[in-house]
Design a protein around this ligand. Sequence first.
Ligand SMILES: [Zn+2]
Length: 551
Amino acid sequence: MEFPGGDDAARPPGVRTRVAPGNRSDQVGNAMSDSRIVKIFDTTLRDGEQSPGCSMNLAEKLKVAQALIDLGVDVIEAGFPIASVGDFEAVREIANSFSGSTICGLARCSEADIDRAWEALQRNPDPRIHVFLATSAIHRTFKLKMTPDEIVTRSIAGVRRAASYTPNVEFSPEDAARTEIDFLCRVVEAVIDAGATTVNIPDTVGYATPAHMGGVISSLMNRVPNIDKATISIHCHNDLGLAVANSLAAVEAGAGQIECTINGIGERAGNCSLEEVVMAMRTRNDYYHCDSRIKSRRLVPTSQLVSSITGMQVQRNKAIVGRNAFAHEAGIHQDGMLKERTTYEIMRPEDVGFDKTDLVLGKHSGRAALLDRARQLGYNLEPDKVNSIFERFKELADRKKEVFDGDIAAVIENELYGTTNDEWALIDYTLTSDLRRTQAIQLEVRRGDQVAHGAAVSDAGPVEAGVQAIRNAIGLDFGCTSYTAQSLSMGEDASVNASFEITYKGEVYRGRGVSRNIFEATLIAVLNAVNRAILDTRSVTNGAAEARSTI
Ligand SMILES: [Zn+2]
């Protein structure tokens, strides 16, 4: 194991011995040979999915799992099986369908949780059970009402039960960042003795700072006698905007696994962002001497897939995957870039999956070109969907001269995420709207054989009228919390992506709709959110509030 520091750390940043990005194109997408490999544990489907408005249905989770396999993550945390029937089924389906990455399920330190996790995971060739129990004084006293000795006893029992099913067991002392270091060392030693092969150190509430977190990991490395028998992992939340920095500090101190999510989605301010932490290690390999197995050219497609499925848009200036991340508009930068790109560019856009050009397809483009483009955009099309998607693409290309990536994504998603017989679909509407008069709408929706009509008038505008008409047609009283509409490509005939967030029975549901007609896209997004509310399978089976509070 090689740690950075020494002479190199003392040099001013400008003269560090870094390899120019342009000289290592052969190594992009692969780990660098002289580096310590840090495992990437993705929890987009568990911690990310848990955040308000990010819930995914089974088909969507399977698509994200496939994208994570293609990206090369080491571990996929697929869910929290005991939390609900939907969580259980998702973990079981992912465990039964995928190999190539370790598939992990979360469990509290109780027999029922661990047994349920194993039930979901057991058919996977490389399963991991992840058990957790809070260790900080505040959690011990107020949440668990347990003594330190009781915490240690229960942690050991949980790890032993998990280890009776699989040798691949991870333990997390919840709120580790606020746990007294002496007690944390005691718990870590005990769970490694009991059979934990990975010990994860979560900053559950996003309280740590980089020097603090580095110190916690160093203390564990120096003070826990059996620490070499387990991989130390880091799990940071972004409440202070420090999740990536804290994770890197932990790696610097010897952590061998980083827990993170695509686009940093997660509860509150989110989790450590996978794309940022991966590219920081790769770009500053000179300093960290660490890398991951991530295929970095899949970062942007995976980011876009997760964004489109969850409706959580990526901010334009987001590091690595934001639309502006590689845009140089200042004149002085452009001049420097033209002379020598490394003057202002520390990474190449193509290395993270941005193509040099937004390749334009047209009506003469064939099936192979469309499939190739779809793959570049992060879609693995099943053979039975290819024909219908190609037909839709041809229809669009006949009406629209240039078909951009955003248009292609819209065609594919409308086809992949079309409504099922259990879901309400928009059949037709009539809208009367002008600047001074009341807006009036009549619409027709269908679910299986059931047809419903709704009508509404509004002074506020067509969206308000449309939402009210959907409420009337379906008879569901939901609230609305947010609405955005964004063009997906260039030109006035671009497809529009509408995202609509509703509240129903205290839960938040986000829906999306895509169309070249902004109003139609909006109505589809509202219906999509309503369908998610109606079909919600997250009915909690075991201690609702507690089951949802996790690391
Ligand atoms: Zn977390």
